[in-house]
Design a protein around this ligand. Structure first.
Ligand SMILES: Cc1cc2nc3c(=O)[nH]c(=O)nc-3n(C[C@H](O)[C@H](O)[C@H](O)COP(=O)(O)O)c2cc1C
Length: 259
């Protein structure tokens, strides 16, 4: 089946896209304007550049009294040039959802969802204290895609400071179990980050590159699509590894700096 956007009602096409580009991370964005605090989730969100370190998220336009209007988050960012992206854990998923209502600008979603603030170091908007990781961002640029809903904008923010809560680092590495992040699926569904598995990246010998990497490490091709196997997969659940179900290898350094 092949589907084109101009052949389907917009909502149907949109549903296909958001149900298949999933799970999506969620930016829980806190902003401040005229002393008013605002907090809202956005799952059209990702890291978009390593250097400068940029995050991007996309607020769409909404209709207010029949006229297109920016969401409070976007309006505040245009005014102040600052925002904080807080990550969403399973423990605060319900609170995050509560902050997504179409409230009046005067509503403080921190109070509404009984969340507490943690001061930021560099930017003015505070962080969600219940979130284990918060990225303080300064506006890099905004790209506008249209002037009518459901069009929106793409907001790029440069990370100027990251807050990591005590306990999310184990042996100097971020511990995904302590983070317990959630992602958004299509509709009202969410996902957690367990169970997990690891795959080693292929190490390719390229004599034409300055740093050719290990010799003779080109992947061996067999017939058919490669299947997950004991030697290529490392599940992350310790009980399975301990039970000898999977082979454990240390991939700590092999994928450093790779995307
Ligand atoms: C998990 C989740 C993800 C969302 N992602 C987006 C998004 O990417 N873009 C968007 O415009 N709205 C998104 N929304 C809806 C906004 O959170 C909602 O419109 C909110 O009222 C905006 O608040 P604001 O006016 O305070 O900025 C999402 C809602 C939820 C629950």
């Amino acid at each position: 089946m092949n589907l084109r956007p101009d052949e389907l009602p917009h909502r149907e096409f949109y549903r296909i896209v958001i149900s298949t580009v999933a799970p999506r991370p969620i930016a829980w964005v806190s902003t401040l304007s005229d002393g008013r605090l605002n907090l809202a989730p956005f799952s059209f969100f990702n890291v978009v550049s390593a250097k400068p370190p940029l995050l991007g998220f996309s607020p769409s336009l909404r209709l207010v009294d029949g006229r297109p209007a920016p969401k409070d988050t976007l309006r505040n960012i245009r005014e102040t040039g600052e925002f904080v992206v807080n990550v969403v854990t399973f423990a605060v998923a319900e609170a995050m959802n509560l902050t997504s209502g179409d409230y009046e600008s005067s509503v403080n979603e921190f109070e509404l969802a009984r969340l507490t603030t943690r001061p930021s170091q560099i930017v003015k908007p505070p962080q969600v204290a219940e979130s284990p990781v918060s990225f303080e961002c300064k506006l890099n640029r905004i790209i506008d895609f249209g002037s009518e809903p459901p069009s929106g904008s793409l907001v790029f923010g440069e990370i100027v400071c990251v807050h990591l809560k005590e306990g999310v680092l184990k042996d100097g590495r971020l511990d995904p179990d302590s983070l317990d992040l959630v992602g958004r699926m299509g509709g009202m569904q969410y996902s957690r980050t367990t169970p997990r598995f690891e795959l080693k990246r292929p190490e390719v010998h390229r004599p034409d590159w300055k740093d050719p990497g290990p010799k003779d490490a080109a992947p061996k091709l067999a017939d058919g699509i490669p299947q997950l196997s004991k030697s290529s997969i490392r599940r992350s659940e310790p009980d399975q590894a301990e039970a000898g179900i999977v082979e454990v290898h240390d991939s700590k350094d092999s994928d450093r700096n790779r995307r």
